[in-house]
Design a protein around this ligand. Sequence first.
Ligand code: FE2
Length: 291
Amino acid sequence: MTVTFHKLHPHFVAEVGSLDLRRVHDRHTLEEIRAGMDEYGVLVFRDQPFTDPEQLAFAQRFDGALHVNTGAAVLGRNRFGNEALTDISNLDENSEILRADDRRRVYALGNRLWHTDASFQDPAGRYSMLSARVVPPAGADTEFADMRAAYDALEAAMKAQLEGLRAHHSIAYSRQTLGFEFSGQEEEKLKGAVHPLVRTNPRTGRRSLYLASHASRIIDWPIPEGRLLLRELLEHATQPQFVYRHAWRPGDLVIWDNLATMHRARPFDDARQRRELRRVTTLDIDTPAPV
Ligand SMILES: [Fe+2]
């Protein structure tokens, strides 16, 4: 099966030609999709009517181990009873819209900050696969930023300055910037992780900035200087020329490389309209062989 890609942005993002991912099992096709991920960073697949088990199975055969230690897990079990299936919705366990002051809603508002999934873990998140089930009529888009193009556009002196730097990533930090408070016991479970500020794709050699709202400080730097550098890089990387905005349709599956992109959710009328998506994220471990 030949996979075709139609580029949607000057730097990154492609829509993939007609393919039913539920039926894609052969190694060759899976490797073509991975090559597309390496080239475009974000792939859009239309008309993918996944059930939850089908989405989980596809993620595993495409990229292996699944991320389960989500930040939301410290607030309680998710409504699917499976932490590998992240609930990207504004609904409670009875499928009712969450109240404005519900802790789960306030926590989820953090997804409106630029971030990469699971950077507060080690191993970090690699590919996220977001399946749109119910989409509100307006808003609720997701924006993506190309962190490879952003790195390439840095001046040489800045690239030299970034060499070897590492950042600490903490979901407790990013949520606290919006005023969300964790109990001491919850925070105990959210220690965070340290990752390089510049990552290199092992298959292409291409470098990218690795930033997020979760990035709390630069290791071995004074906190203010580190946060200023992180803020400067974030502002640089999210300039319009590096950003693609995805307008969801029901049935979309979008896969993005968390090591090469950032993303954020855009607001919608979440007190009145339902939005229901499911995310599965794989881990950045060295055994990505598709089966
Ligand atoms: Fe996310």
